[in-house]
Design a protein around this ligand. Structure first.
Ligand code: SF4
Ligand code: SF4
Length: 186
């Protein structure tokens, strides 16, 4: 009788152990989902809305779309962006024009809320999913988004009035449109 009770207790102990290890045993049979970073760097899949680094795309002619309006800076909740503008003479009109000098972004204080991108009226800035930002000093997290020597893309002309679209529109308007070089996107 003692032996039977002994064996019964052993079986019960194993059963309770199995119950306690149920989730662990279950996960042993499931496909592995652990990401082996950085070995998987080449095939790493990002979430659709993943935001990692604010950038300012430039086209092949080193032009960006920033008009130095400061909307991104004003919409940022923690002063991460600083837009420094300067005044230049517009060669087309001969009038003074506000242009971008430096677009500074402090990656160390960004909370990746995306408010700056949403506020930008020209789509000049956007987030990329490049997330490897490790540096040895925090000063290296201060980034200038506009490239050295870059300038603003030429503004697209306002849409022609309805009368100008009629067959009787002057030929000079057509020539001006043909001469215009459309900037390429980055
Ligand atoms: S994502 Fe948010 S915190 Fe970061 S720069 Fe833009 S507005 Fe500021
Ligand atoms: S990035 Fe956009 S919102 Fe910010 S200053 Fe330039 S144009 Fe304005």
């Amino acid at each position: 009788m003692k032996l039977i009770n002994y064996c019964k207790n052993i079986c019960l102990g194993i059963w309770h152990l199995m119950q306690g290890m149920y989730i662990t045993l279950l996960n042993m049979c499931r496909p592995k989902v652990t990401e082996q970073y950085p070995e998987n760097r080449g095939k790493y899949e990002y979430g659709e809305r993943f935001r990692a680094l604010l950038t300012m795309p430039h086209d092949a002619e080193n032009h960006h779309k920033c008009i130095a309006c400061g909307m991104c800076m004003n919409s940022c909740p923690n002063g991460t962006i600083q837009v420094i503008a300067k005044t230049e003479t517009d060669p087309a009109t001969g009038k003074p024009k506000r242009v971008l000098d430096k677009h500074l972004y402090n990656l160390g204080s960004c909370i990746f809320c995306g408010l700056c991108v949403a506020a930008c009226p020209t789509g000049a800035i956007r987030f990329t999913n490049h997330f490897e930002h490790a540096v040895f000093t925090k000063e290296r997290l201060l980034l200038q988004l506009n490239r050295p020597g870059s300038s603003q893309q030429a503004a697209k002309p306002a849409p022609a009035p309805a009368s100008a679209l009629s067959p009787a529109a002057p030929a000079s308007g057509e020539k001006a449109a043909a001469d215009r070089v459309e900037p390429k996107n980055a």
